[in-house]
Design a binder for this molecule. Sequence first.
Ligand code: IDP
Ligand code: MG
Length: 144
Amino acid sequence: MTDAQQLERTLVLVKPDGVARGLVGEVLGRIERKGYRLEAIELRMATRELLAEHYHEHRRKPFYEPLVEFMLSGPIIAVVASGDRVIEGFRSLAGATDPTAAAPGTIRGDLARDWGVGVTKNIVHGSDSRESAEREIALWFPGL
Ligand code: IDP
Ligand code: MG
């Protein structure tokens, strides 16, 4: 690859529910088996400041505060994955936001459910556009 712009990257998070339930290997395995490359992986606690930036678009939604509290409830695995059309491809692996409705075969459809807290606990985050991917990667992995 000669043009760095062509290397599409996405930010994936294994959320606290996925880490607590021991699903990190399962999620990373699906990314690898699909053929994407893992560029960076880090286990860390989020902070309120980081999440305020990460979920900026949702700041006025009713689910924002519970979402931030959930994301602060335990360690997260932050991942940068790369490959042609990886942003779209990982969103497809992840499945629909609502784990109850997510199709079987997807991460959320196979591994997540409603635990009485609506759609908050859905195992993974994946960037939704090139612009958000580069913004989110800069937040979680400054300098990468
Ligand atoms: P996405 O993760 O599929 O891109 P977004 O709409 O960007 O979904 O929402 C971000 C996250 O906020 C979701 O993954 C989920 O954890 C949470 N969320 C989204 N919609 C709701 C809701 O209606 N109630 C509670 N939590 C929600
Ligand atoms: Mg989103």
